[in-house]
Write a protein that binds this ligand. Structure first.
Ligand SMILES: Nc1ncnc2c1ncn2[C@@H]1O[C@H](COP(=O)(O)OP(=O)(O)O)[C@@H](O)[C@H]1O
Ligand SMILES: [Mg+2]
Length: 238
């Protein structure tokens, strides 16, 4: 399918040792540049699905392909390379390296990905200029660029994590409950900045939250419980 960045077909996934599938999804597609809001109650499998989209986990059957490449066709090291080339991941707890500066945290993907380093080099005078560009795009000014991540506020750290996901303009940005540590005002500002930055980068965004009030800001809304046949089967069992 043209313009299709991420394609999931007949996916089934069970955690090791579990007798039941956690996820059973017939189809899910994300087009290049699309913004998708994925929601559902706690424990319904949102984080698990994100790990499958990013090739961190592999399904027991079915296909998950990013940029036309099925994660299951790659060996572990090639999977890691494909992920750092094409996916920026924003974690709920940010996962910054605490003693690196904000800027050095942002530049980490470029250390591991030639593709993102080259993309950054094409769009800026230097790699560091590119890192500063995305930090500024997330509303962080020069006073924080050279500060160690552990000295920053929670809100600042979350913006650094977003800038790190965007550097080198990967096709897909994944964000797992990125606003859960922020209060409401900060949450709205963060989402505005993130959506604008993804549009500027040309990156698709798949963002998970249990907070449906933010859904209207996205191009599309997906209720995981509705597309997950395993959840419906579990309900039927109960
Ligand atoms: N590492 C793991 N090992 C085994 N089961 C897990 C693991 N992580 C999550 N699960 C289970 O998978 C289900 C979905 O979890 P999760 O994807 O974290 O849900 P959500 O992100 O929607 O809250 C839950 O029943 C959870 O207990
Ligand atoms: Mg989760």
């Amino acid at each position: 399918m043209s313009g299709c960045l991420l394609e999931l077909q007949d996916l089934r996934f069970a955690w090791p040792g579990s007798a039941h599938d956690c996820l059973d999804i017939a189809a899910l597609q994300v087009a290049a540049g699309e913004t998708v809001f994925l929601h559902g109650p706690s424990g319904c499998g949102k984080s698990t699905l994100l790990s499958l989209l990013a090739g961190v986990l592999l399904p027991r059957s079915g296909r998950v392909a990013l940029d036309g490449v099925d994660w299951a066709d790659l060996r572990a090291t090639a999977r890691d390379r494909h992920r750092v080339d094409h996916v920026g991941y924003i974690f709920q707890q940010f996962n910054l390296l605490p003693y690196l500066t904000a800027l050095d945290n942002v530049l980490l993907p470029c250390r591991f990905s030639t593709r993102r380093r080259d993309a950054a080099a094409r769009s800026a005078r230097s790699l560091r200029a590119e890192g500063r560009h995305w930090l500024a795009g997330m509303g962080l000014d020069a006073s924080v660029w050279d500060r160690p991540a552990h000295t920053l506020s929670v809100g600042q750290q979350q913006r650094v994590a977003a800038a790190r996901a965007l550097v080198g303009q990967p096709g897909l940005v994944i964000a797992d409950e990125p606003t859960s540590a922020l209060d409401e005002d900060r949450r709205d500002v963060f989402l505005d900045l993130l959506l604008s930055a993804c549009a500027a980068a040309g990156s698709a965004l798949v963002l998970v939250s249990h907070d449906r009030r933010i859904a209207q800001r996205f191009g599309r809304e997906v209720a995981l419980a509705q597309i997950n046949r395993a959840a419906r089967a579990a309900e039927g069992d109960a």
